[in-house]
Ligand binder design. Structure first.
Ligand code: SF4
Length: 467
């Protein structure tokens, strides 16, 4: 197996899910919840289920549908479960890094699934090693699990509350013991985490689309700096640190599913607003507006509505191409992006086309797409990006590569246009992005755009830039 060149976007690290529902088939519901969160990670998946006496875990490489069969789900019995789907950013792509992690501790079993990235994990890992911990994975998620497991406290809630203030970075966590489920979100709330109800039970998930999928109702978001504990006596909540919000702006731009509600707003609506503002800021003389499917569709709808230029579809995406792929031979490798997108010449021939994309990271997708559109007969290609230039690496859970791989860190907008081969190129402004999200600069992470990280990571970033 080899990696096919991936679509040129930052990659999400993980999706998490948790359920406490004694009257339900919790493993099956977790399976469907993870299915709804598959877009957040496609390399591995896992479920840990508890029945009051112990925890059983199944985790493996592959998509949710590949990891779990009827037989596997039947072996995951209980009244509570947590689940995880992963794209590797820290730690390599191996089964030992799949989650949830299950630790057998002096206080009983403890399982944890993590979405995000710590910036102080190396220091924490070294300290734990000095204390005699032998790690089975290379991820910072295992570091968190061990810190909690070894923390002093009369119960798991106290151990979790004592540990989380030691962590620096982004973490949306689901955790399980034999008889309780916990969820926690870092004080910046970088990654999403929501709470829902299912009958008399409770559900937590990275995104509300997972609640919809299993028929749960959305209650509220887990607040930045909050721990939620769900057990036989119901739900309790504890604010372990004051919130200092810095929601990842790329959740709205690209990562989250458009049918999820995030920060009180339907992601689809925010993306349409991004497109509308982009049309005002970066107008173009053209005959048709097309998206790079699927994620840029809402922004293209907004751009078309605002500009009055008709919306059309000029590229069809093969939705069944995953990240890993049976090695294409040289001829197919040369086809490159054509394996993922096929143009519709009837929509493009002789026309001036505005093509809407949600981001350019390395420029490796935009250039062949422009070339595909031209080959299909487009007379002019005007590329419009529904986010500002991506100039700095992310340290909070996105795989964006090193700074020297980010095209906007190396070239001016006009140099990028020339490299990509478009007739014109225009990005959304940071102000336009904030307006569409309905957020302020002080409550939003824009670090990959403006270089201002919401926590002290400058040394880490400088190192990343040099590596
Ligand atoms: S740096 Fe960018 S991708 Fe990373 S959390 Fe901040 S806004 Fe999101």
């Amino acid at each position: 197996m080899q990696h096919l060149p991936t679509i040129d976007r930052p990659h999400e690290e993980c999706g998490v899910f948790g359920i406490y529902a004694p009257d339900e088939d919790v493993s099956r519901l977790t399976y469907f919840g993870l299915y709804a969160l598959q877009h957040r990670g496609q390399e591995s998946a896992g479920i840990a289920a508890g029945d009051g006496r112990g925890l059983v875990v199944k985790r493996d490489m592959g998509l949710v549908s590949q990891v779990f069969s009827e037989e596997v789900l039947r072996g995951l019995r209980g009244h509570l479960a947590i689940g995880h789907t992963r794209y590797s950013t820290t730690g390599s792509s191996q089964v030992c890094n799949a989650q949830p992690f299950l630790l057998e501790t002096y206080n009983g079993p403890f399982a944890l699934g993590h979405n995000g990235n710590l910036v102080n994990s190396r220091i924490l890992r070294d300290r734990l090693r000095e204390d005699g911990v032998t790690f089975t994975s290379t991820t910072d998620s295992e570091v968190i699990a061990w810190l909690i497991a070894l923390s002093a406290g009369p119960n798991w809630g106290a151990r979790i509350a004592r540990t989380l203030p030691k962590l620096m970075g982004a973490y949306s966590l689901v955790m399980a013991t034999a008889d309780e489920v916990f969820a926690a979100r870092d004080p910046m709330g970088v990654r999403p985490l929501c709470l829902g109800r299912l009958g008399s039970g409770w559900v937590v998930a990275s995104e509300t689309c997972a609640l919809d999928t299993i028929g749960a109702t959305f209650e509220r978001e887990i607040a930045p700096g909050e721990i939620v504990r769900i057990g036989a006596s119901g739900l309790s909540s504890y604010q372990f640190e004051p919130a200092r919000p810095a929601l990842c702006s790329f959740e709205h731009i690209y990562f989250a599913r458009p049918d999820s509600v995030l920060d009180g707003r339907l992601v689809y609506d925010v993306r349409v607003a991004l497109g509308r503002i982009l049309a005002r800021e970066q107008p173009a003389e053209a005959d048709v507006v097309i998206p790079v499917p699927d994620s840029a569709v809402p922004a293209a709808v907004g751009y078309a509505a605002e500009s009055g230029i008709p919306y059309g579809e000029g590229l069809i995406k093969n939705r069944y191409i995953g990240r890993t792929f049976i090695a294409p031979d040289q001829r197919l490798r040369d086809v490159g992006i054509g394996l993922k997108f096929n143009p519709l010449p009837g929509q493009l021939a002789g026309r001036r086309v505005v093509v809407i994309e949600d981001s350019i990271v390395r420029g490796s997708t935009s250039k062949p797409i422009v070339s595909l559109l031209r080959k299909a007969g487009a007379r002019e290609v005007h590329l419009r990006i529904s986010s500002p230039p991506y100039r700095h690496p992310c340290c909070l859970g996105m795989d964006t590569g090193r700074r020297d791989e980010l095209i906007a860190a190396q070239l001016t907008v006009d140099e990028i246009r020339s490299y990509i081969g478009a007739d014109s190129l225009g990005y959304l402004s940071e102000e336009g992005l904030l307006e569409a999200m309905g957020r302020t600069r002080s409550t939003t992470c824009l670090a990959c755009l403006d270089g201002k990280y919401p926590l002290p990571v400058q040394m880490e970033m400088d190192k990343l830039a040099l590596e």
